[in-house]
Design a protein around this ligand. Structure first.
Ligand code: HEC
Length: 150
């Protein structure tokens, strides 16, 4: 059993190490977003946001429109929002949206890796690995929420 856990941890760190590099498409987000926890720019910090409810980073003033969606950030909601922020009418994110599917995938994998950096449990580590590998439906389940507050 111990050996299985050790192997799982290795796989996790290998996957995350790979995904932590910001993809080129993320440069378009940098003008407004920081990835450090609690550091907001024109947009909120994107640390630890996968699995969190939209509009809940402490210290950032969101539009009512986004805060009232009640969306939980996962593969499906992120895809909608970052390909077309107007999917949330009245959102303050003035960005036309990423158009290339491969850019969307790369940016979302990166956002998952930012959340996974605050690893506090093996369960979350496994969830994050599945996310990076593309099994997002599984990773979006409640038991895959980040254990840390934003
Ligand atoms: C021109 C500035 C700007 C750019 C560029 C931008 N954003 Fe945003 N983003 C915002 C603002 C402002 C908000 C808050 C929206 C609101 O309150 O309605 C936001 C909100 C978000 C949220 C919701 C976060 C939360 O805490 O609920 C996500 C996710 C997000 N942006 C991702 C991205 C990604 C990924 C990119 C690049 C592909 C990007 N943004 C580009 C300004 C920007």
């Amino acid at each position: 059993m111990k050996r299985i856990v050790a192997i799982a941890m290795l796989l996790v760190s290998a996957n995350l190490a790979h995904a932590e590099e910001a993809p080129a498409a993320y440069n378009q987000c940098k003008a407004c977003h920081k990835v450090e926890k609690g550091k907001h720019g024109i947009g909120p910090s994107l640390a630890n946001m996968v699995g969190a409810t939209a509009g809940t980073a402490e210290g950032f003033k969101y539009s009512d429109a986004l805060a009232k969606t009640g969306w939980v950030w996962n593969d499906a909601t992120l895809t909608q929002y970052i390909t077309n922020p107007r999917a949330v009418p009245g959102s303050k994110m003035l960005f036309p949206g990423l158009k290339k599917p491969e850019d969307v995938t790369a940016v979302i994998a990166y956002l998952y890796s930012l959340t996974a950096r605050q690893l506090t449990s093996l369960r979350w580590a496994i969830c994050a690995t599945q996310a990076v590998r593309g099994s997002w439906a599984r990773a979006a389940r409640d038991d895959c929420k980040s254990p840390d507050a934003r």
